[in-house]
Design a protein around this ligand. Structure first.
Ligand code: ZN
Ligand code: ZN
Length: 417
């Protein structure tokens, strides 16, 4: 991989291990890819090697990588028997759960083609994704509870770079994507670790301020958007760092610019319009609006990809409700690039967003110790899916409703007040 310098990869690896995972000397590390693709892409190997070395330097006992190759999923969708797409090995979900329950760290690396599945029959793709989502759900729930320290980072891949920078010649595409990752992960700063410490401290100050307010609802107003999102009692704003069950402070996403919490699953009303395309299930869904009543999606409109969006919101009972709302200023570094990355890790840091599907238990005070039923009673949404879409823009205003019914501005024209 000639476009990413060894020095940059070494810095990225060190940042991932020390600040991202905060890997502890007694831990093992398992490196995976986006779960639906079955493992870490082969193109990420140079970064994986540096991360492995950095993890051993930090005292890791054992570092393992589960490799995946998305071409193999393509072969399955083309050649496997049509009635076989609910097949799933027991060992994979079991291995993930065992690793996490033993208190070891997990890192997912994205180096994939956002369009990989677009030319395959949507019903077969949906069958594979649903079977995967069902089987890895116990693992996802552990992650959602921060059972252990975990993280997500990215490495450039040729197919992804071609999608993000279609106007560049192929040799420049990889360099441009690595350059963006380098800048957004602050790897070009004189001391990237110090830069992250001060950025994470600023995010912590923002969440402290919002937690002190305990708004009962947020009101969003913008072009095509008039939406009220109720916030449950005890909702927690989270950003930057999280704490694992064993007390390890880790920063799961690099980069990260958002602060987020959970909506009350039954108290979302009005219409929200997306401000960026959503890449889901290998399809680009564009120019879409969702209308909610008492928390549930009651109308779906999209200029492109409406059928896929309709399938998403009917995937299970919780897929038609919101599980996350996040505030990101419109001038965040990711927004400033003006680039659409077709990947949530980056795109969710470019704009305020909400997510259809599961809520994170750690966004409710005491939520991680709650049973599923108690969490739902408190307003937490339950689903096998969690899909973010962007609603922020320089034209978005957000108001906070206080317990006494008074209203105050939180964001104006896409920026913090
Ligand atoms: Zn988010
Ligand atoms: Zn999300």
């Amino acid at each position: 991989m000639p476009t990413a310098s060894e020095r940059m990869l070494r810095t990225y690896a060190e940042l991932t291990v020390k600040v991202g995972l905060n890997l502890q000397p007694h831990q093992r590390l398992l490196i995976i890819g986006p779960v639906a693709n079955g493992g870490c892409a082969l193109e990420a190997a140079p970064l994986v090697r540096h991360i492995t070395a950095a993890a051993y330097d930090a005292g890791a006992r054992l570092v393992e990588t589960l490799w995946g190759d998305e071409a193999l999923l393509g072969a399955r969708l083309t050649h496997a028997p049509k009635d076989s797409f609910d097949e799933f090995s027991a060992w994979l979900p079991d291995a993930l759960v065992q690793h996490v329950e033993a208190g070891h760290a997990v890192l997912s690396i994205y180096a994939n083609d956002p369009d990989q599945l677009k030319d395959y029959p949507p019903d077969l793709v949906a069958a594979v994704q649903q079977a995967t989502a069902r089987r890895v759900r116990p693992f996802r729930e552990h992650i959602s509870r921060n059972q252990t320290n975990w993280g997500v980072v990215a490495a450039a891949a040729a197919s992804w770079a071609a999608r993000v920078f279609p106007d560049l010649a192929p040799p420049q595409q990889m360099a441009a994507l690595w350059g963006a990752i380098e800048r957004l992960c602050r790897l070009d700063q004189p001391d990237p670790i110090a830069a992250w410490e001060s950025h994470l401290a600023a995010l912590a100050a923002r969440t402290d301020q919002l937690n002190a307010k305990q708004y009962t609802a947020l009101r969003y107003t913008g072009p095509g958007t008039a939406l009220t999102i109720g916030l449950p009692d005890g909702h927690l704003w989270v950003g930057g760092r999280s704490t694992s069950a064993s007390g390890i402070r880790f920063a799961p996403n690099l980069p990260t610019e958002e602060v987020f919490t959970m909506p009350h699953k039954d108290r979302v009303d009005g219409t929200v319009r997306s401000t960026k395309p959503l890449s889901y299930s290998g399809t680009l869904i564009e120019g879409f609006s969702l209308t909610f009543a008492e928390g549930r999606v009651i109308d779906v409109q999209a200029e492109k990809g409406e059928a896929v969006l309709r399938r998403l919101v009917t995937m299970d009972g919780g897929a038609a409700r919101l599980g996350e709302l996040a505030l990101v200023p419109h001038n965040s570094p990711v927004a400033q690039t003006g680039v659409l990355f077709y990947n949530t890790l980056f795109d969710e840091n470019a704009a305020s967003h909400v997510a259809l599907g599961a809520a994170y238990k750690f966004t409710l005070r005491g939520g991680e110790a709650m049973s599923d039923d108690d969490f739902e009673r408190a307003g937490g949404n339950h689903s096998a899916t969690h899909v973010d879409f962007m609603i922020g823009s320089p034209a978005l205003d957000v108001d906070g409703v206080l317990a006494d019914g008074s209203v105050e501005p939180v964001m104006r024209r896409g920026d913090w007040v």
